[in-house]
Ligand binder design. Structure first.
Ligand code: AHR
Length: 504
């Protein structure tokens, strides 16, 4: 019997809803076809955005959407994507698949998408191939209220009112596709570029402030984190925290490594456990990068922003290798489940995370094919976890046993997190990482009335997925086999499953 312990009276931090954020890039069929089909499409749309996709994302209550990239961001020149569509520059998306980019989705369309979704905005600026002036004018174009060259241009293009930028990324992966910089060089560039990411009207009381995100490390590049923070914090005025509100971290799970990656759908038991081990590894990255951040920012004013995470497999056979289109199985559901639990547990430092990417790319929550759309297992996990958005993390722990098939890739069988939601209820999300064993659980709940309990479960065989012919093979169902009494919950969690329990 596995012991689960929850002390609902011991609050451990606020879970920013942005931890369940998303990422969209001009890559493959993410923006074009996946989200934006244009006003004249036979696919039902509102101002060009697919109604089916927007409705599904609204149901997830997605808190924030990062755009326009990714590597695309450091090649993107925003002025190409404004003004009448017929005059917008047509160009080749050199980074992703060499296809024509007609710039029909630009700043106005992104802001319209966020309006329809009701989510926060996260724009990623161009440091790699752009100028300080270009970045500064983009911010002016989007946010300046009053008379100015960029505000006038925005009005001429049909939007007199400014928009709000919630987060602004100053470059992306500048250690790689964003300019192949050294940490010190980038950090100096960061200091310079961010100076001109202005908060217009900031002198007014309660004025909105753009959260500036500095480019952080890839995976375990601790050298980058140290170098960037050392330079950014060097003689920075008191209270500016290295001129940043967030520092990013990118981590993808490639089951067979970066080169081989591995199939999204055809994998054996060994690869399953190897994948889970790699998914759980994100916790070590959070701790070790977090420890370096603590040296410069002990009060945790700077958020760790995991703005690219998820599985990255070999593309689906027959698809453009530059489009990064992959299927999504129960394995992805478990990757999402454990990652979101880990982010919750580190909510003192992790302030935002954006799964890559929202539609049709990598670990997508939605796949489309022409006018058809399906929800992936990962979508359902986000739906089951939305109870944690803006919730208060509470103390929890579970007694686990080691499982696996290879010494190097042994993992704990169970993984959990718990919070008190904005609805005042206790929410427990629990994963069983074994593909063969069900586990009886004995949960002791302190400081919370356990008389009323309900639960949902997502479970299936490890390869199970949703296809356009069978879109509902994997979907959550009600789990009503929980016994309650004396402050305890007793139940058995089936193999290969994600569970969300609501108490209260
Ligand atoms: O998400 C795909 C790519 O992965 C992004 O463009 C880049 O930032 C990362 O390397």
């Amino acid at each position: 019997m596995a012991k689960l312990y929850i002390n609902a009276g011991k609050k451990e931090g606020h879970i920013n809803k942005e931890i369940q954020g998303h990422f969209s890039e001009h890559l493959g069929r993410c923006i074009y076809e996946g989200i934006y089909v244009g006003e004249n499409s036979p696919i039902k749309n509102t101002n060009g955005m697919r109604d089916d996709v927007v409705a599904a994302l609204k149901e997830l209550e997605i808190p924030v959407l990062r755009w326009p990239g990714g590597c695309f961001a450091d090649e993107y020149h925003w002025k190409d994507g404004i003004g009448p569509k017929e005059t917008r520059k047509r160009m080749v998306n050199t980074h992703w698949g060499g296809v024509v980019e007609d710039n029909s989705f630009g700043t106005h369309e992104y802001m319209e998408l966020c309006r329809q979704l009701g989510c926060k905005t996260y724009i990623n600026g161009n440091v790699g191939s752009g100028t300080v002036q270009e970045m500064s004018e983009w911010v002016e174009y989007m946010t300046f209220k009053g008379i100015s060259p960029m505000a006038d241009l925005r009005a001429k293009n049909g939007h007199p009112d400014p928009w709000k930028i919630d987060y602004f990324g100053v470059g992306n992966e500048n250690w790689g596709c964003g300019g192949n910089m050294t940490p010190e060089f980038y950090a100096n560039e960061y200091r310079r570029y961010q100076t001109y990411v202005r908060n217009y009207g900031k002198k007014k009381k309660n004025a909105h402030k753009i959260q500036k995100i500095c480019c952080g490390a890839n995976v375990d590049d601790y050298y980058w984190t140290k170098g960037v923070l050392k330079t950014a914090f060097y003689h920075c005025p008191k209270g500016t925290h290295g001129f940043m509100d967030g520092l990013s971290l990118h981590y993808y799970v490639h089951p067979l490594g970066w080169k081989k990656k591995g199939s999204a759908t055809d994998f054996d038991d060994k690869v399953w456990y190897m994948t889970m081990w790699k998914a759980l590894y994100i916790e070590e990255l959070i701790k070790r990068h977090g420890a370096i951040m603590d040296q410069y920012d002990p009060k945790k004013k700077v958020g760790m922003i995991i703005d690219e995470w998820g599985s990255w497999y070999t593309v689906e056979p027959g698809t453009n290798p530059g489009f990064l289109y992959q299927q999504n199985t129960m394995r992805d559901a478990l990757i999402a489940g454990v990652s979101l639990n880990i982010f919750n547990k580190h909510c003192d430092r992790v302030k935002m995370a954006n799964i890559a990417q929202i539609v049709n790319v990598l670990q997508a929550v939605i796949l489309t094919e022409g006018e058809k759309m399906l929800l992936t297992p990962t979508y359902h996990v986000f739906h089951m976890y939305k109870c944690h958005q803006d919730a208060e993390l509470v103390e929890s722990s579970i007694v686990t046993e080691e499982i696996g098939l290879e010494k190097k890739y042994m993992i704990p069988n169970l993984n959990e997190s718990a919070s008190i939601g904005t609805d005042g209820k206790l929410h427990i999300t629990l994963n069983n990482l074994s593909i063969t064993e069900d586990y009886p659980i004995d949960a002791e709940i302190i400081d919370f009335d356990t008389t009323k309990v309900s639960a949902e479960i997502l479970t299936n065989e490890m390869h199970a997925m949703n296809t356009f012919d069978a879109p509902e093979t994997v979907k959550p169902s009600v789990f009503d086999k929980i016994e309650t009494g004396n402050g305890r919950l007793k139940f058995t969690i089936p193999a290969c499953s994600v569970m969300s329990i609501t108490v209260g």
